[in-house]
Design a protein. Structure first.
Length: 320
């Protein structure tokens, strides 16, 4: 694969980034993806400060390649996470769910590369103005927290690419080499893949959740709870309760009460498939097996190369 700006920026071989998903992205997954030649990310949103310190330490022992930490800006003890990242010299941070202005300059003062996750071209410009090195443009197909405007990856990527000079990493609905090639054809210089890596051996998701991802078919996820924070969930008992609440004209407060605390942990980490919140992308319907992350990674890269060759072949034309 030729070098591009994302490979240069992160000093990685392939522009394939594993998303830092809450409850699913421990040091085992991040270091495996980094060792395979991509960028692995530890998901710090679900980690208490001492837990993040342990994961960063272990990740450093498991790989000498660059890795990143995902930092949701709405995280309650964010100063402690920032300190951990600085103390351990984590080279790259992906921020999400908040204003990129707040922490970007402090991280950059310490030589840390900063990438912000956005759901619109307008927010991509804000991230660029805040000094971010790249953006992840995440479309409507993505699992978990999502944009309010439901812009699909297909529509979002070319707009984000037009709006900013910094490189754009595409996310949302990408889990295969062909999907990666499509995103690059739209102008992305890298891809961020979440759901496919949630269903790997190294993911810290509960077995029940991994199996549910494998079982999920077309139409089994929907974006909901827009009044709180829009989130794409797998349909289950809890999801149906949310739907019933809407039918009964629930207020924002009713919905917050129904959601309660720790639903995501219950579903994704403890494996309670009825009562938990199961955050996963539409691509779950294309995931048919729980595999080692390195195998998933290699398949994506090989399929990307094969599909690229196929499109370049003289046999690929529009004549009958
Ligand atoms: P809730 O408020 O429902 O629950 C908080 C959960 O986070 C609990 O399960 C708790 O674990 C865990 N947790 C980890 N560190 C802390 C801490 N320092 N203080 C309090 N709780 C902590 O939140 P959610 O489950 O919806 O989300 C959890 C976190 O994930 C959010 O705070 C947010 O930072 C992040 N998030 C980021 C997203 C993104 O950026 N894309 C998407 C979704 C969430 P325990 O039960 O062991 O106390």
């Amino acid at each position: 694969m030729e070098m591009n700006r994302i490979c240069d920026l992160f000093d990685i071989q392939y522009p394939v980034i594993q998303a830092g998903m809450i409850w699913c992205s421990p040091w085992q997954l991040a270091s495996t993806v980094s060792n395979a030649g991509g960028l692995g990310i530890i998901g710090s949103g679900s980690m208490y400060p001492e837990v993040l310190r342990e994961h960063v330490e272990k990740c450093k022992q498991a790989t000498d390649k660059p890795f990143a930490v995902n930092l949701p800006l709405l995280y309650p003890n964010i100063e402690e996470h920032i300190q951990t990242i600085i103390d351990y010299k984590v080279p790259i941070v992906f921020t999400s769910a908040g204003n990129p202005k707040t922490w970007t300059s402090k991280l950059k003062e310490h030589g840390i590369k900063v990438v912000h996750v956005v759901s619109s071209a307008k927010f991509a410009q804000k991230a660029e103005a805040a000094g971010c090195d790249a953006v992840v443009a995440e479309g409507f197909e993505a699992g978990g927290h999502n944009g309010r405007e439901e812009t699909t990856t297909m529509v979002l990527i070319p707009q984000a690419v037009q709006a900013v000079q910094i490189p754009v990493i595409a996310a949302g609905g990408i889990g295969t080499g062909r999907g990666m090639l499509a995103a690059m054809a739209l102008g992305a210089e890298g891809v961020q893949i979440g759901s496919r890596f949630a269903a790997t051996i190294e993911s810290s998701a509960h077995e029940n959740f991994k199996n549910a991802i494998v079982e999920a078919g077309e139409g089994d996820t929907l974006l909901t709870l827009k009044e709180l924070v829009p989130v794409r969930l797998m349909k289950n008992k809890f999801f149906n309760e949310v739907m019933n609440a809407y039918t009964n004209k629930a207020t924002k407060e009713d919905l917050a009460g129904l959601l309660g605390r720790g639903r995501a942990k219950k579903g994704m980490f403890e494996g309670n498939l009825d009562e938990g919140e199961l955050e996963i992308g539409q691509i779950a319907s294309l995931i048919n097996e729980v595999k080692p992350a390195s195998e998933v990674f290699n398949e994506i890269v090989l399929e990307f190369e094969a599909a690229k060759k196929e499109l370049q072949s003289p046999n690929f034309n529009f004549k009958a």
